[in-house]
Design a protein around this ligand. Structure first.
Ligand code: SDX
Length: 380
């Protein structure tokens, strides 16, 4: 059966999944069938409720959700050896590299692979969701030479992360906006980092290795690393007047505009719309951000120049403006993306295990056959 080669596996189904759905032409994203706009903007929805929905395919009732939240709170702390390991990391290291190392290190403590045991699956889900925020916040404090603060059990998942990061309890409105942002970033069908998680999961290795693979994949500037690049780009543009000259120059040099374009969406990413609205709400309450006007003008200019190619803002374009206003350092934007996307990675890990077959694609060979071995003395 010959199948046509498609660069980047564009349009090639790698699995069958019921976790989320995207219609790139209509700008539709659904988590377990629920439209993202409806889920994310529900006053009672939280990221942990979203994570439970994605992983166990049901909206938990009050009791089930409370038990899940309590388990997560209980497992937020890190083994001291992981904190000691982090003390050896160079301050100049990128937080995504620190997170990948810590995620893999969890496997040193919890490596048993009882993948057919639902209680092992649940324990791994809880540990990973609970500990990634603590790892990200701890690295931030330790790279500044400070002791990390212990998680607080009395704070929500979103509020606790902002507390551990900024060493002060966040404004409830800010924590709410962050929680919605976590839901928006949680899942997105078979993106590169989720595919990486699935390939690693298909060998039946431990879930910590799966998450470490996914973190390394998300870090790239073409994927989750774009949000950090967007802020650098807005800083480089510097003013609304410089937007079009900047864009002309970038396009002249055939360089990609960070935060724009998508393999699937050929309209504005529905998450970008919601994140733009969240940013505006934060600015109204906590003060304007000088880069917002530049971002809006850049969106307008890119639509003029590239809209015909289906290039519009993706999830990474406005997320950084939300995170900046929440006091999150720029190089932590992608680790924050990882905190959230861990829910999607774990959902696909669990789904992959339910009907697993190891990933092993083929290739179209373009090399030679029957080549002679030339001894080193004969080589030019
Ligand atoms: C995420 O997959 C997911 O779901 C990812 C994600 C998720 O939630 O997991 O949505 C999160 O990763 C969002 C994407 C973040 N990355 C960026 O913002 C980086 C900039 N974007 C591009 O690198 C690009 O759009 C990709 C990587 C996102 C998609 O790349 P594709 O599908 O391989 O498209 P391509 O590079 O083949 O481009 C097709 C055409 C080219 O023009 P032509 O050569 O055909 O004339 O579109 C152009 C590209 O030059 N193009 C861009 C562009 N993106 C595509 N031109 C300028 N700026 C851009 N950003």
């Amino acid at each position: 059966m010959t199948v046509e080669f498609r660069a980047g596996l564009e349009g090639i189904p790698a699995t069958q999944s019921s976790i989320s759905f995207v219609d790139g032409q209509k700008g539709i994203l659904e988590y377990r069938g629920i439209p993202i706009q409806e889920l994310a903007m529900q006053p009672e929805n939280t990221f942990l409720e979203t994570a439970y929905l994605l992983i166990w395919n049901e909206l938990p009732n009050r009791e089930v959700l409370a038990e899940f939240e309590h388990e997560i709170q209980y497992h937020r702390r890190l083994k001291y050896r992981i904190r000691d390991m982090m003390k050896c990391f160079p301050e100049s290291g990128h937080p995504m590299d620190a997170l990948q190392a810590c995620a893999a290190a969890l496997g040193l403590f919890y490596s048993k692979r009882a993948l057919d045991d639902p209680s092992y699956i649940r324990a791994a889900v809880v540990r990973i969701l609970a500990k990634i925020p603590t790892m990200v916040a701890a690295f931030q404090l330790m790279r500044k030479g400070n002791d990390p603060v212990q998680p607080r059990d009395d704070l929500s998942y979103a509020a606790n992360f902002l507390y551990m990061l900024n060493e002060q309890e966040p404004d409830p409105f800010a924590a709410r906006i962050f929680d919605i942002s976590l839901t928006l970033h949680a899942e997105h069908t078979i993106n590169a980092s989720t595919f990486s998680a699935m390939v690693t999961a298909s060998t039946l290795t431990d879930p910590y290795a799966v998450i470490a693979s996914a973190v390394g994949t998300l870090a790239g500037p073409l994927h989750g690393g774009a949000s950090e690049e967007v802020i650098a780009m807005l800083e480089e543009i510097g003013s609304v007047e410089n937007v079009r000259p900047f864009l002309d120059d970038r396009l002249e040099r055939k360089e990609k505009i960070m935060g724009f374009g998508h393999r699937v969406y050929k309209v504005k990413d529905p998450r970008a719309n919601i994140l733009q609205h969240l940013a505006e709400q934060l600015f109204e309450k906590f003060g304007q951000d000088k880069y917002y006007d530049i971002a809006v003008e850049l969106e307008r200019a890119v639509e003029e120049r590239l809209g015909h190619k289906g290039i519009y803002p993706n999830v990474d374009f406005y997320s950084g403006l939300v995170y900046r206003k929440l006091g999150i350092p720029t190089d932590l934007f992608t680790p924050v993306f990882a905190i959230s996307r861990a829910a999607g990675w774990l959902a696909h890990w669990k789904e992959q295990l339910a009907e697993n077959r190891i990933f092993r694609p083929t290739q179209i060979y373009t090399g030679l056959h029957g080549s002679p071995y030339i001894s080193i003395d004969q080589r030019t």
